[in-house]
Design a protein. Structure first.
Ligand SMILES: Cc1cc2nc3c(=O)[nH]c(=O)nc-3n(C[C@H](O)[C@H](O)[C@H](O)COP(=O)(O)OP(=O)(O)OC[C@H]3O[C@@H](n4cnc5c(N)ncnc54)[C@H](O)[C@@H]3O)c2cc1C
Ligand code: SF4
Length: 518
């Protein structure tokens, strides 16, 4: 065997032929390494759609590497020699292939970075970790941004990036004279519903994906989720098609209905691009450029385009910065001292709460729920119930096709569960069932009443909201943004407080909320 110079390690979320890891690649001297390993589906109880998303995209990327004549060592999940984990497999392949150096784009996950470093060190191999230039902002730049600031706020970071990258800018000022169109972006659908929403851009599964589906259904038979409606983009070409369809068909109403929910339709006017972005099938620069071009072509209003750009150039980059500047301690945060278990029905959808049943059914069927379902339905419930943040994190990391830790963890632990004590958001996102009633018609078809906080028909969200305020009253009173909500607690009589606490305790014991079969 000819001497191997560089072995380029490519992970399942690094599927970009132009990644920094390939700079200087010589197909006569170097080779690419990829491996499908069970550990990545078992370290959390990864859903079937999520595992298929990764493996099908990896196998299609392997074909793209072949077409680009880049030599590849690829281990399939069902290969008899499969080592079962990234570390074991890489170590075995290093012994077999004897490369002079390992090269890779810096992994997105802290855990994986430690594994690769350990393997390289044990093998005595130099490891060339390259900047992930997929992102607008490097970790070093984010660290600079964070230096000396008492608090980190997305809005400040976002404005800085708009200026720095000249996105939606007129000189030094934001186009339209406003940085933020949030106030225009909170509409619910009227009583007649969302009307003719364009169908989701769905891709027929090809032989490669079907083979993965059979494998996953066999190997991970007991894992949550279903595959009948798997139709995600798993190639670069499909990802680009999804982006174009979004810009053409959905972007113009994206902003307006960003926070709206409708039973049975998770897709609405959202982009459904997070998995393609996170696996690096799409580049955020092309996504932002396409949205901005739609504004200039008068195809979409500024409020929608700005709202969308804020998610990609703002939130997505910001959470990555938070993750890499806070890990590994971040994983351990539990500012609210929450210790309840996640209800078992989160994994099955068997609850009698209409809003949660719908969000969970979509999650299990598609590996997808839109942002407001994640934040203000599933996340809200777990927060107010008082679930241990690590369990909530393990659930979100397991169930969604777009779930990778650098983006999932800050969203879950920080934004949704307030477990970082206010680093990500200035206050906990708490609300009664009335919020859900305002943003969707779910409550009309529910056995509970969002206006009731105690009594047999009280909505569990409403009960838990008041219980949350009661349990955290002292701490929340110090937060000026919570003052109004906390003040309302003082208006409750002792008997009312006791009724709330008693019902919340029954919810925690599992006597309320789980689906009861006759
Ligand atoms: C508890 C919780 C867990 C989450 N876990 C993930 C996750 O594992 N992976 C993930 O990509 N997103 C996660 N998000 C953020 C967001 O909900 C998803 O990115 C979004 O729902 C994906 O659907 P979409 O592509 O249709 O997004 P759209 O609503 O159409 O938004 C457009 C794009 O903006 C980006 N984006 C929007 N909001 C955020 C955000 N808060 N953080 C980072 N990027 C954002 C995404 O890339 C998304 O594709 C989570 C949010 C919450 C509240
Ligand atoms: S009443 Fe409560 S549980 Fe039922 S759908 Fe409304 S918010 Fe959800």
């Amino acid at each position: 065997m000819a001497e191997l110079r560089d072995l380029i390690v490519v992970l399942g979320d690094q599927l970009d032929l132009d990644a920094a890891a390939f700079d200087g690649f010589d197909d006569g001297l170097d080779a690419v390494w990829m491996a499908e390993v069970a550990e990545e589906s078992n370290h959390v109880w990864s859903s079937k759609p999520r595992t298929v998303m990764f493996l099908a995209s990896m196998r299609h990327f392997a074909l793209a590497l072949q077409a680009a004549a880049r030599p590849l060592y690829y281990t399939r999940l069902d290969a008899p020699s499969n080592g079962g984990s990234l570390g074991t497999q890489l170590q075995a392949d290093i012994e077999r292939l004897r490369p002079a150096r390992l090269i890779m784009t810096t992994p997105g996950d802290w855990r994986v970075l430690q594994v690769i470093k350990t393997v390289a060190e044990a093998a005595g191999l130099p490891l060339d970790l390259r900047e992930d230039r997929h992102f607008f902002v490097s970790v070093r730049e984010f660290t600079e941004h964070a230096k000396g600031r008492k608090s980190l706020r997305m809005e400040v970071f976002y404005r800085e990036q708009r200026k720095r990258h000249g996105v939606l800018m007129e000189g030094n000022e934001p186009i339209g004279g406003q940085w933020n169109f949030d106030a225009d972006n909170r509409e619910a659908f009227g009583a007649t519903g969302p009307g003719a929403v364009p169908p989701r851009t769905a891709f027929e599964t090809d032989a490669v994906t079907r083979e993965v589906m059979v494998l996953v259904n066999t190997r991970f038979a007991t894992h949550p989720g279903r595959l009948e409606s798997f139709a995600w983009p798993v190639t670069r070409a499909q990802a680009v098609q999804s982006l174009q369809a979004f810009i053409r068909e959905r972007l113009s109403l994206f902003g307006r209905y960003q926070d709206a929910m409708w039973p049975g339709d998770p897709w609405l006017y959202h982009a459904h691009l997070s998995a393609a972005l996170n696996l690096k099938l799409l580049n955020p620069r092309e996504v932002v450029a396409a949205a901005v071009a739609a504004y200039h072509a008068r195809h979409a209003p500024l409020s929608s385009v700005e709202g969308f750009v804020r998610q990609i150039l703002g939130w997505r980059e910001y959470v990555r910065g938070i993750y890499w500047t806070q890990m590994p301690d971040y994983l351990e945060r539990n500012a609210l001292n929450a210790h309840e278990n996640l209800p078992a029905w989160f994994w099955t959808g068997a609850t009698d709460m209409a809003c949660l049943r719908d969000a969970l059914a979509q999650t299990l069927a598609h590996g997808y729920a839109n942002h407001i379902q994640r934040l203000m339905v599933t996340g809200l419930y777990a927060l107010m119930l008082g679930v241990q943040p690590k369990q909530v994190h393990a659930w979100y990391l397991a169930v969604y096709v777009d779930a990778v830790e650098w983006v999932e963890l800050p969203n879950t632990l920080g934004m949704s569960q307030y477990a970082d004590g206010g680093l990500m958001g200035s206050k906990p996102y708490i609300a009664t069932g009335k919020y859900i009633a305002r943003m969707s018609p779910h409550c009309k078809g529910c056995r509970y009443d969002p206006a009731q906080r105690s009594g047999d028909s009280a909505c569990p969200f409403t009960t838990l909201y008041w219980d949350f305020l009661l349990r955290h009253e002292a701490a929340l009173a110090k937060n000026p943004r919570m003052a109004l909500q906390v003040k309302n607690v003082a208006r409750l009589t002792e008997a009312q407080k006791q009724a709330v606490s008693a019902r919340a305790a029954a919810i925690r014991r599992g006597e309320i909320g789980a689906e009861r079969r006759a």
